[in-house]
Design a protein around this ligand. Structure first.
Ligand code: COA
Length: 328
């Protein structure tokens, strides 16, 4: 019997209606459209507004659409993984809430962290359950409500992040699907990118709220350098392991962190930008949401058998690349 691959057989996404433009940010912090555009490539991002609206809201919208467009009975889903760093609650997991609201009664569910690499790590994890033959239908979500952990008085972070969610269905395939992944972590990266309070090290208190410690802390320059190095080296590893040259790859799907990071990674891996998916100008960095949101947006342009390399870098540090053959 031949190998069983975990193939993406459908993709869906959701972004909130509210558009936070660079012009509006100019009224909130000392910044301007020209600086943001030149330094990041971002023109606008989406923000989930409304009382008690969490990450699961966006995940539910994406998954409902995914189930509908793939004509899938929710009770057939075996496993739901949600990559996120902005879970609705510390517990239960957001994947749990999404499964309940979408009628996926027979699934087991869990969240996976890994920050901006959350979707890539979740995809590789979910694929194992299909490749082993144990399960037939797995949903992998990347979703983050970054606006819930952003200090809108900090101009170095509030311009970058946005809210959004994407989801894919994984099913067995004998020809196409996820071929290979190269994933890495380096915990020493905590110094440059983390959220100080709200976890067990520094639980929420009046003091942590007053000190604005429940938000993203970032030292941008080292993160930038590590991101370029991490994603380009992961792409190189995956290409070498699978005897791929740049001409063999139809699309590179990079995490949308900064247009200058994406361009540097493309240059180092010898990919023309025409074959690199970029939508950062519209959505900013939605953390675990960026890669599935790109796949969702480019779905119509993808053909069965296309070679795709997905790559991400995030807090942790975490990074990696996945080589897959598009299955439909
Ligand atoms: N508007 C205007 N000026 C700003 C600004 C803003 N929003 N944010 C910072 N500046 C200023 C700084 O204060 C600094 O001024 P100074 O020279 O007077 O001190 C100057 O611009 C340069 O700041 P610096 O931080 O060196 O800019 P940069 O070119 O490194 O760009 C980032 C900052 C955050 C855009 C960039 O470092 C980056 O994208 N890093 C990676 C972030 C990332 O991808 N994170 C997610 C990882 S998955």
């Amino acid at each position: 019997m031949g190998k069983t691959y975990a193939a993406i057989t459908g993709v869906a996404g959701y972004v909130p209606d509210y558009v936070l433009t660079n012009a509006e940010l100019e009224t909130m912090v000392d910044t301007n459209d020209a600086w943001i555009t030149e330094r990041t490539g971002i023109k606008e991002r989406r923000i989930l507004k409304g009382d008690r609206m969490g990450t699961s809201f966006m995940g539910i919208e994406a998954v409902k659409d995914l189930l509908k467009k793939t004509n899938t009975n929710p009770e057939e889903i075996d496993l739901v993984i949600c990559g996120t760093v902005t879970a609705d609650h510390n517990f239960p997991d957001t994947a749990n809430i999404i499964a309940d609201k979408c009628g996926m009664k027979n699934a087991f569910t869990f969240d996976l962290g890994a920050a901006c690499s959350g979707f890539l790590f979740s995809l590789t994890t979910g694929a194992q359950f299909i490749e082993s033959g144990r399960y037939k239908k797995v949903i992998v979500i990347g979703a983050d409500k970054m606006s819930s952990i952003i200090n809108y008085e900090d101009r170095s972070t509030c311009i970058i992040f946005g809210d959004g969610a994407g989801a894919v269905l994984l099913e067995p395939d004998t020809e196409n699907g996820i071929i290979d992944s190269y994933l890495r972590s380096d915990g020493s990266g905590i110094e440059f990118l983390h959220q100080k309070a709200g976890g067990s090290v520094l639980p929420a208190s009046h003091e942590t709220v007053d000190n604005k410690e429940h938000v993203v802390f970032q030292n941008g320059k080292p993160v930038f350098k590590h991101a370029v190095r991490g994603m380009s080296s992961a792409i190189r590893e995956v290409m070498k392991n699978n005897n791929l040259s740049a001409e063999d790859v139809n699309w590179v799907v990079p995490h949308q962190a900064n247009i200058r990071i994406i361009e540097s990674v493309a240059r180092m891996a010898d990919f023309p930008m025409e074959r690199v998916m970029v939508n950062i100008q519209k959505y900013g960095n939605t953390t675990a949401g960026t890669i599935p949101l790109c796949l969702w947006e480019w779905e119509d342009q993808l053909n069965k058998g296309d070679n795709l390399i997905l790559t991400a870098f995030g807090g942790g540090f975490t990074w990696g690349a996945t080589y897959l053959k598009w299955a439909y």
